[in-house]
Design a protein around this ligand. Structure first.
Ligand SMILES: [Zn+2]
Length: 274
């Protein structure tokens, strides 16, 4: 059994969490750039953060035989200040060639403002120009549907965005269909208290099918636990799915999406393209 964690903020976690993940068969994890629990006071703080994501975390994960990958961007929670965002975007290319960086993410919307959308569009442009994968944060709270629609419309209107190479994260039952019908990948994030639970995610897998669907845990600064991913694995087993079916969701699917970036080393067990 091998598991890939497609979205986790290890900067917010202890080394003991890497050990737990390794014991639960996690072989690779991906860390999108996001909020630090506070608003950064300068562009340089983001430079330090990106350096951390591309040097310290891969080394810390490797001690537990976990491959650590990162996504780089200015996140939607700090995208309201367009001038600051542009300062950050100016040095993002320095990090994109790092051997563990998969693409631009997690970009997106937080409160669905005009400024957030401007910063989103700037970063989509950068990803398209460089042929990079995109990882998208959809807003939490009641704005999820509206924000998801806004970004889908924006990407569809762009004309040069290949939906195979874009994943919308924090999807829920009411947005998974919308995202996949437009040809994109969807990811569902599990939370221990609020939002998607392991059972809700497995219900969705059963109702809507596992194609183009990723599952991740909510390892971040809020109430969260990397083990929620493994609780979903157990929930599938409890419902009678065998290891082959479990691994198709928790290992092969991430390999198919993330493997479109040649830097991502794990390979799916099956031949196939997304
Ligand atoms: Zn995140």
């Amino acid at each position: 059994m091998r598991i890939i964690e497609p979205h986790i903020h290890m900067i917010a976690r202890t080394t003991a969490d890497y050990e737990r993940m390794a014991l639960m068969h996690t072989v690779a994890c991906c860390e999108p750039a996001f909020w630090a629990g506070y608003d950064r006071t300068s562009a340089l703080a983001f430079h330090d953060y990106f350096t951390h994501l591309t040097t310290f975390e891969p080394a810390r994960a490797a001690q537990y035989l976990i491959q650590h990958y990162a996504w780089i961007c200015i996140n939607p929670k700090e995208a309201e200040d367009v001038a600051l965002a542009k300062e950050v975007i100016a040095f993002i290319p320095e990090f994109l060639d790092a051997p563990t960086v998969l693409g631009i993410g997690e970009i997106g919307l937080n409160k669905n403002t005009r400024n957030e959308l401007t910063v989103f569009e700037l970063q989509v442009e950068m990803a398209v120009a460089r042929g990079l994968l995109i990882w998208i944060h959809t807003p939490h709270l009641n704005d999820k549907l509206k924000g998801t629609r806004l970004m889908l419309d924006c990407l569809k209107a762009h004309g040069r965005v290949n939906p195979d190479r874009v994943c919308f994260d924090h999807a829920e039952e009411h947005t998974v269909g919308l995202i996949r019908d437009a040809g994109f990948w969807a990811a569902m994030t599990i939370y221990p208290i609020t939002k998607n639970s392991p059972a809700r995610v497995v219900d969705t897998l059963e109702q809507l099918g596992p194609e183009r669907l990723l599952v991740d845990a909510s390892g971040d600064w809020g109430p969260s636990d990397p083990a929620t991913l493994h609780q979903a694995v157990f929930e599938m087993r409890r419902r009678g799915y065998d290891d082959d079916q479990v691994e198709a969701v928790f290992y092969d699917n991430p390999c198919l999406f993330l493997g479109q970036c040649p830097k991502f080393k794990p390979r799916p067990r099956r031949r196939g393209t997304p």
